[in-house]
Design a protein around this ligand. Structure first.
Ligand SMILES: C[S@@+](CC[C@H](N)C(=O)[O-])C[C@H]1O[C@@H](n2cnc3c(N)ncnc32)[C@H](O)[C@@H]1O
Length: 208
């Protein structure tokens, strides 16, 4: 028997039901007969948790795949988007002997994951990346760019604006691992590592 104790709390056909009221028992919810969906707003097939985990796995797999392809290629590594420093820490582990330059507008990483000042380029990427290209550093072996935000259009545009600089900064044979797809002459798409769905992360190799 359905025993709604508080009719005002019933979810409606258009969604928006509130289940925070502890007066509505869980078995009542499960027994509700005519609801179009039990969880309004849950229209996607993969949970956000699963999607996040797969993105992290893809990110790591792409960085690791690029690392195995560098062979004797010299040059620094660039980390674009420090965030809380997770991937920077991974890069430090994978590339203990290379300089790692880090680009970030506002440093707010885990205290253990803050790069030394001389490897940090703080500011807007549209300023700091062209400035770095003009520094005359050796060609980079790897650029890891994780600069996406919740705004898909803005993130794509940022990557499109930066891609010509990435092609200049990378050494021939160097790799770009990116959360955004780019279509840039000189950056050739590279196959995804096994187990990574196409489109989840992106790998490119700087043509010779
Ligand atoms: C998704 S987070 C990076 C997460 C990082 N890979 C990690 O493992 O913690 C993206 C970072 O890029 C930075 N960022 C995004 N757009 C930027 C821009 N235009 N200039 C400088 N930094 C930017 C943000 O401040 C943010 O810290």
């Amino acid at each position: 028997m359905v025993r709604w104790r508080n009719r005002a709390m019933l979810p409606t056909a258009t969604g928006g039901g509130c289940m925070s009221d502890t007066r509505v028992a869980h078995d009542d919810w499960a027994a509700a007969p005519t609801l179009p969906t039990r969880h309004p707003g849950k229209n996607h097939t993969m949970s956000r948790l699963d999607s996040f985990i797969r993105r992290m796995q893809a990110q790591r797999a792409c960085i690791d795949a690029a690392a195995t392809q560098l062979n004797g290629l010299q040059g620094p590594v660039l980390e674009l988007g420090l965030g809380n420093g997770r991937t920077y820490d991974h890069l430090r582990e994978r590339f203990p002997d290379r300089p790692i330059f880090v680009f970030e507008r506002q440093v707010a990483a885990h205290p253990d994951c803050i790069p030394p000042d001389h490897f940090l380029r703080q500011g807007e990427l549209r300023d700091t990346i062209p400035a770095f290209a003009a520094e005359g550093q050796p060609g980079a072996a790897l650029i890891h760019a994780d600069v996406g935000s919740g705004d898909k259009g803005a993130s794509g545009q940022l990557a499109a604006d930066l891609a010509p600089h990435w092609a200049r900064i990378l050494a021939p044979g160097g790799f770009l691992a990116s959360d955004q797809a780019v279509d840039q002459p000189g950056l050739d798409p590279w196959p995804m590592p096994e187990g990574v769905d196409p489109g989840r992360y992106h790998l490119y190799r700087r043509s010779a």
